[in-house]
Structures are given as structure tokens and as C-alpha cells.
Ligand binder design. Sequence first.
Ligand code: AMP
Ligand code: MG
Length: 287
Amino acid sequence: MKCARMRYLMGGLVEVEADADTRHAAVNAVETAFEELKRVEKLLSKFMPDSVVSRINRLASEEPVAVSPEVFNLLRESLRFSELTEGAFDITVNPLIELWNDACLKDRVPRPHAIREALFRTGHQHIRLDEADHTVFFERPDMEIDLGAIGKGYAVDRAVKILRGRGIRKAMVSTGSTIFCLDDTVSWFGVEHPLERGEIITSMPLRDNAVSTSANSERYQIIGGRRYGHMIDPASGYPVAGDLLSVSVVTTSAMIADVLSTSAFVLGRQAGRRLIARWDCAEAFIL
Ligand code: AMP
Ligand code: MG
């Protein structure tokens, strides 16, 4: 028996489906998965004042902030990905994100000195993680993190783990941009054209795999009549205006798919392809 439910979480619609022997078991599994997704959102959302990330953003430039092993591991992973992508993936871009949000409200592109100032507060190399006491410290004043490019993937992996733990063999968890299909048979994931809603341009097989898509087509800002996407190039401080429309990455973990799709988008076609090629079990559709 199958149960499929949808909720508003993490800034969008999240869907969970599970197949189990009884309807009761399927409903229970889906609800437990949603509880886990909600727990992770409460931990990682920079928009929730009580989240760990908000606490880090308030305090870590002043003093080392102790965090749970779970959050510490996620921060460690984030820094590892920064190194693997030569800084294209960088959770410390929040000052730049805020700057560009503010620019949108004022309808004026930030001045170069404001970008330089925000860049000074950015940089994964300025995060100090202390392995002994599980603390995080920012070496520069007013640094802030945003887990928007990794958090949903992590949450999806956690929910899938819960479903697996309940003996579920066939399930799907989707945040829209990141999907995990738990299945012993192949299902097909259709890649939508980033500019033509509903038009499927290709399909990718998913079998116990995740897919994550990064694109600028749905989330962007208009400043002075020009479109700016939501991905930031940490090297320049400007929104990525590269040569890509979208990147979809299929791999065994939703978190890695999430990180790789964002990173490849920031890196652009050539360097993005090289990054994906380095992963044995990842495939990408780059448009
Ligand atoms: P995604 O939709 O997974 O590609 O993630 C995009 C989100 O990640 C943005 O909306 C920002 O919140 C955040 N972000 C933007 N630029 C970067 C970057 N260079 N590295 C890490 N996260 C970023
Ligand atoms: Mg991502």
C-alpha cells in the first residue's frame, strides 16, 4: 500500500511517498520522514532564529560556538567540498547574498567597495573547526553561513535513512530540486527545460539514487532591469552569470548531488564537467 503526502517545508513543497505492506505502515513511515525533515530544517535554517545556524551566525565571530556532532560533521563536509571545488562551493557567502538581496530592494547594483567589504567577510578558509571540543569559530568579523546549497540534500538523505530503517524498500523524497528514489527497480527522472515549464528534454535513470538540479531560471532578482541569479561566485562576489542554464547531478547521496549541482553551476561548463568526472558514481546533465 502506498502513501504520498506533501508539506510546505524548507521554503517549498516537499513530497514524501512510501510503499509498505499495510496502509498504516506506509502512513507512519511518511510521517516519521516528515518529522525528520522538520528536525533538520529547525537545525539548519538561517531564517529560524532558534536554529543552530542562526546561533552560529550571531556568535561565532565573537567566540567559539559548541555544536552537536551532527552539525559539526556537516560543517566539516562543507569545508571539504570547498577544497574539492577550489572555493566555488562556499557556505560563507551569506554576506554577499544579503548584499544582493538588499540591492534588489533598492533596485541598485552594489558599489564595488560594498562588494569588497562583503568579500572580506566571506571565505571558507576563515572558518575554524576545533575537532577536540566540536566548536566553530569565524576568524573574521561579521561572517555568516548559509547552508542553502547542501541542507536540503542532507535533509533528504536523513529522511531516506529513516524510511530504510523502517524496512521501506520503495519510497521517494522530493524537495522539488533534490529527489531521492529508494527502489530496487529503475525509475526515470525527467529533466524539465529550465525556460519552458513542463517540457521534458531528457530522462535519467534513478535506482536507489538521488538527483539534484541547480538553475537560475526560477530563483533570480531583477536589479536595474537586469536578471541576477541566486548563485554567488565567491571569487568575484557577483551572482554567477556563467554559460549554464541548469545542472542536474545523479549520485548515491542527495547531499552530494546537491553540493555537486550547485558547485558545477558556479564553476561553469568546463570546470563543472571536470568536477563531476572526478566522482566515480556521479553523472550529470548540463544544459
Ligand atoms: P542550490 O539551489 O542547491 O543550487 O543552492 C543555491 C543556494 O545556495 C543559494 O540560494 C544560496 O542560498 C546558496 N549559495 C549561493 N551561492 C553559493 C556558493 N557559491 N556556495 C554555496 N552556497 C551558495
Ligand atoms: Mg545544491
